[in-house]
Design a protein around this ligand. Structure first.
Ligand code: KIV
Ligand code: ZN
Length: 514
C-alpha cells in the first residue's frame, strides 16, 4: 500500500504531562526541555507540556517549552474553569502553535461523587469554557474525562455541543483503563454516526493501561475512525500508565495493511528517546518491553537463531534498525581514536557539541583503561552521566577508601569536592553516633554522603544493573531518596559499584540542592 493511500494519524505526546504524573517520574525544568526537544526530533505532532495552573513549576515548564520548540503544537491542560484557561494561555501564548486542552468529567460516578453537578450544569460549563478558550486561541481540545464510562447519549450530546462551541479536537479518554477494544471501537463508531458535526473536529483517544489494554484500545479506536492518539514514551503515566507511543506507532507502521494509517514519527529515533526518558525519570524499561526493551530483538533459542541466520524474516517482523537499535554492537578499545568515537556517538543518535565530545572522550579513555572492550551501552551510559545529567554539580565525588569484612562494620573514608574545596569524611562503627545504625559498605557510603553534604536523606530505593555483559561491565546504580518529604533520584555509573553508589547518592544530593 503506498503511503498516499494511508490515513494520517496525529501523535499527541503527553509524556511531560500525564507521563510525569507517574509516581517517581517527576522531571526538573532542564530535563523537561531536553525531552521536549527529543520529542520534536522524533516527529510528534503535539506535545502536551504540562498543567500550568497545577504548580509554578508546571507553569514555567509549559512556558519554556512553548518558547523554545518549533514545528510542533504545544498544549497546556486546564480544568473547565476560566482561571485554569487563563493560566494555560499565559503559559502558551508565545508558542508557535498553541493548543488549550480542557477536561471535564462526564461519567455518572464522577458527576455524582467528584463534581456533584447535573449533566445540564456540566454541559453549560463545557460550552462556556470551550467558547472562552476559543477567544484566546484557535486550537482548543475538549476531553470528557472518564468518557468510556459515560452514558453514550450524554457523551454524544456534550461532544456535539463542544464542537459547536469551537473544539477543534475532541478526546475520548478511557481514564481508568476499563474499556475493552470492541467497546472502544463501538464508542468511536457511535460518535461518528450520531454526532452531526463530528467532521468539524479531530476525534482523539487517550487510553490508560490498568488492564494492559491501552495499546489495543487505542488501535481499535483508530480502526473505527479516530484521527489522534494520546500516548507517552515507554507508556509512562498515572497508575499503570498510558498507551505507549512506540507500540502504537510501530503497530501502525508494521501492520499498515490492517490499520491503513501512517504517522509523522521517525521511527529510528524511538529507542534513543525511550532510553533518554528512562534515564531522566529513573523508570527502567523492562528487558522484554515491546519495541524498546533490550530483549525486543534478541533471539535466544537455537531454533530461532538458526531461522534468523537463514532468513531474518523467519522471526523478525521489524528490524532493530527500524526502531533505532544498532545492528552491530561495534566494540571500541583503548586504541580507538576521537573520530571513531564521534562516529559511534552519531550512529547512536546523539549530536554532541565539541566541548561535550571532549568530556565524553576523556571519560571513554578512562573507561577503556579499566575495561577491555567498550560497547555501545557503555558509551550511552557515559553520555547520560556526563552530558545529559544537567543538574548543577554542587558536590562532586572524588575518591574513597574502604575496608570491609564479613560480619564487621566497614571503615570508610569518602572524599567529595565542592568547587575547588575538598571535604573528607571518615566513618566507622566506633565513630558514631549516627541517626541509624549502618550496615554494609553501600550504607556506609550513603551515610558518609549525608554527613559530608549535611543533607539528611532516607534511601527509599537502591537498584543496580550491569550496563553490558561480562564481569568487567560497568554497574549503573539508581537511587531514590527522601529529604523531609522531597523525593529525588540519583544515578551513577562506574566499573566500581561502590564508586557508582557514591556518585548516585551525590547526584541525588545535588538535585535536592537545585
Ligand atoms: O486520563 C484522563 O482522562 C486524562 C484527561 C485529562 C485527558 O488524563
Ligand atoms: Zn490520562
Amino acid at each position: 500500500m503506498s503511503s498516499d493511500e494511508l490515513r494520517q494519524v496525529t501523535i499527541f505526546d503527553t509524556t511531560l504531562r500525564d507521563g510525569e504524573q507517574s509516581p517517581g517520574a517527576s522531571m526538573n525544568l532542564a530535563e523537561k526541555l531536553e525531552v521536549a526537544q527529543a520529542l520534536v526530533e522524533l516527529g510528534v505532532d503535539v506535545i502536551e507540556a504540562g498543567f500550568p495552573i497545577s504548580s509554578p513549576g508546571d507553569f514555567e515548564a509549559v512556558q519554556k517549552v512553548a518558547e523554545i520548540v518549533r514545528n510542533v503544537e504545544v498544549c497546556g491542560l486546564a480544568r473547565s474553569r476560566k482561571e485554569d484557561i487563563v493560566a494555560a494561555w499565559e503559559a502558551l501564548k508565545h508558542a508557535e502553535q498553541p493548543r488549550i486542552h480542557i477536561f471535564l468529567a462526564t461519567s455518572p460516578i464522577h458527576r455524582e461523587h467528584k463534581l456533584r453537578k447535573s449533566p445540564e450544569q456540566l454541559l453549560e460549563m463545557a460550552i462556556e469554557t470551550v467558547a472562552f478558550a476559543k477567544t484566546l486561541t484557535p486550537k482548543v481540545e475538549f476531553s470528557p474525562e472518564d468518557a468510556s464510562r459515560t452514558e453514550i447519549d450524554f457523551l454524544c450530546k456534550i461532544v456535539e455541543a463542544v464542537i459547536r462551541a469551537g473544539a477543534t479536537s475532541v478526546n475520548i479518554p478511557d481514564t481508568v483503563g476499563y474499556a475493552t477494544p470492541p467497546e472502544m471501537s463501538e464508542r468511536i463508531k457511535s460518535l461518528i454516526m450520531r454526532v452531526p458535526n463530528i467532521d468539524k473536529t479531530v476525534l482523539s483517544v487517550h487510553c490508560h493501561n490498568d488492564l494492559g489494554m491501552a495499546t489495543a484500545n487505542s488501535l481499535a479506536a483508530v480502526m473505527a475512525g479516530a484521527g489522534q492518539i494520546e500516548c507517552t514514551i515507554n507508556g509512562l503515566g498515572e497508575r499503570a500508565g498510558n498507551c505507549a507511543l512506540e507500540e502504537v506507532v510501530m503497530a501502525m507502521k508494521t501492520r499498515s495493511d490492517q490499520f491503513k494509517t501512517r504517522t509523522n514519527i521517525i521511527t529510528n529515533r524511538l529507542a534513543p528517546v525511550s532510553r533518554l526518558v528512562s534515564t531522566i525519570t529513573g523508570l527502567r524499561v523492562p528487558r522484554n518491553k515491546a519495541i524498546v526493551g533490550q530483549n525486543a530483538f534478541a533471539h535466544e533459542s537455537g531454533v530461532h537463531q538458526d531461522g534468523m541466520l537463514k532468513n531474518r524474516s523467519t522471526y523478525e517482523i521489524m528490524t532493530p534498525e527500524d526502531v533505532g537499535f544498532q545492528k552491530s554492537d561495534l566494540v571500541l578499545g583503548k586504541h580507538s581514536g576521537r573520530a571513531a568515537l564521534i562516529d559511534r556517538v552519531r550512529s547512536l543518535g546523539h549530536e554532541l557539541t565539541p566541548e561535550q565530545v571532549d568530556v565524553v572522550f576523556a571519560e571513554f579513555k578512562r573507561l577503556a583503561d579499566r575495561k577491555k572492550e567498550v560497547y555501545d551501552a557503555d558509551i550511552v551510559a557515559i553520555i547520560e552521566q556526563r552530558v545529559q545529567q544537567k543538574t548543577t554539580m554542587t558536590w562532586e565525588f572524588v575518591s574513597y577508601e574502604l575496608t570491609c569484612k564479613t560480619g564487621q562494620t566497614p571503615n570508610l573514608t569518602l572524599t567529595l569536592k565542592r568547587g575547588d574545596e575538598m571535604f573528607r569524611q571518615f566513618i566507622s562503627a566506633a565513630d558514631g553516633p549516627f541517626d541509624a545504625p549502618f550496615d554494609g559498605p553501600v550504607d556506609a557510603m550513603f551515610l558518609a554522603v549525608c554527613k559530608l553534604t549535611n543533607i539528611k536523606m532516607q534511601c527509599l530505593e537502591y537498584t543496580i544493573r550491569s550496563v553490558t555483559d561480562g564481569s568487567d561491565a560497568q554497574g549503573e546504580v539508581s537511587v531514590y531518596v527522601d529529604n523531609s518529604g522531597r523525593r529525588e533520584r540519583g544515578q551513577g555509573v562506574s566499573t566500581d559499584v561502590f564508586e557508582a553508589s557514591a556518585i548516585a547518592f551525590v547526584n541525588a544530593v545535588n538535585r535536592i540542592l537545585t
